[in-house]
Design a protein around this ligand. Structure first.
Ligand code: TK8
Length: 338
């Protein structure tokens, strides 16, 4: 190849490259993205929201600005979901459990003892079942980007140590605003009371409720140890969070802008799961140091709980549809076989 020919090719390549860069740059407009969440800034949710905001800024050359707004300052999950559907807010992250009223298939994630460990959680959520459920949101005006980890839920209360299901009798227990949770804990004998997360600390403090259930991370970051004496390690359900976008707004974005958000969501997901798991692995010792009395639910007692919940399993199957229910069991067998 002659020198001239090589120079011409190199120049042409440079022009093509810069053309595609500027096309990309034109495709990214200044955007303000209000990203709401329920926990405080010091929580795993808050830290990951910041990672998401930083990634979006970096990838868009500072044009797309994420304002991460925590502590339910934009309202509890259910209110933010409606704001997204209406187009009054762009993004949020929250519990899948509060979405069941909008997309009933989300109830799958509320199934007690469905997922045994984080490896199963990642494979199920990021695999075909998780995708399928996420896609159902589109008809309802929401776009689900990725699942973050809320985590395995444990039980706290201010009354007594819970070592067997009978100990739940009459305990006023806050549950998420969701029929599966309500039904599960009623079946186990608690006086289950649905309530938004944003009201929970106050309700525990004034003894409007005696207890609640959430992953270690949240018990720590929301300072529930200040108002709860007993922690029972039940791991009764794995809870995901889901990063949501208003579909009304998403549909106005260019492909390049959508890609910025999707890539940043994936980066934040990977960061968030790692951070959450690290924090959770140390949290029990932290909570003991804060004065909580911790006991682990014996496997035989967990089995007794599971047996009591047979009716609830049937209810979830009906709610999410038998096809999805069976496909999930099969997918889990596949994951476990690996
Ligand atoms: C935070 C909630 C929370 C959830 C709950 O907004 O409500 O108990 O576990 O993480 O989504």
């Amino acid at each position: 190849m002659t020198f001239l020919r090589r120079t011409v090719i190199a120049a042409a390549a440079a022009v093509a490259l810069s053309a595609s860069f500027s096309a990309l740059a034109q495709d990214i407009k200044p955007r303000l993205i209000r990203f709401g969440y329920g926990l405080n800034e010091q929580s795993n949710q808050g830290r990951a929201a910041k990672v998401f905001a930083d990634e979006v800024a970096k990838a868009s050359g500072g044009k797309m600005k994420v304002r991460a707004i925590g502590a339910a300052a934009l309202g509890p999950d259910t209110q933010m979901q409606q704001a997204l559907i209406g187009g009054a807010q762009e993004m949020m992250v929250g519990s899948t459990a509060t979405l069941v009223g909008i997309t009933k298939e989300m109830a799958l994630w509320d199934t007690p003892f469905l997922i045994n460990n984080t490896k199963e959680a990642d494979a199920l959520l990021d695999g075909p079942i998780g995708e399928k459920i996420k896609d159902k949101l589109q008809d309802k005006g929401l776009v689900g980007l990725v699942y973050w980890e809320n985590g395995f839920r444990n039980l706290t209360n201010s009354k007594r140590p819970v070592t067997k299901v009978e100990d739940l009798d009459g305990i006023k227990l806050r549950v998420m605003q969701n029929n599966v949770f309500l039904s599960s804990f009623k079946t186990l004998g608690a006086n289950a009371i649905p309530m938004a997360f944003s009201e929970l600390f106050g309700a525990l403090e004034t003894k409007t409720v005696d207890g609640q259930e959430n992953p270690y991370n949240t018990i720590l970051s929301s300072k529930f140890y200040e108002v709860q004496k007993y922690l029972t390690v039940t791991n009764h359900v794995y809870s995901p969070w889901i990063v949501l976008v208003s579909k009304k707004w998403w549909d106005q974005l260019s492909k390049a802008e959508q890609k910025v958000l999707m890539d940043a969501a994936k980066t934040s997901r990977d960061y968030e799961r790692k951070d959450t798991r690290e924090e959770a692995s140390k949290a029990m010792a932290d909570l003991k140091a804060k004065g909580m009395l911790v006991n682990e639910l014996a496997p035989a007692e967990a089995d007794r709980m599971r047996n009591k919940l047979t009716r609830v399993y049937a209810e979830i199957g009906t709610e999410v549809g038998m096809d999805l229910w069976i496909a999930t069991q099969n997918e889990l067998l596949k994951i476990r076989g690996k």
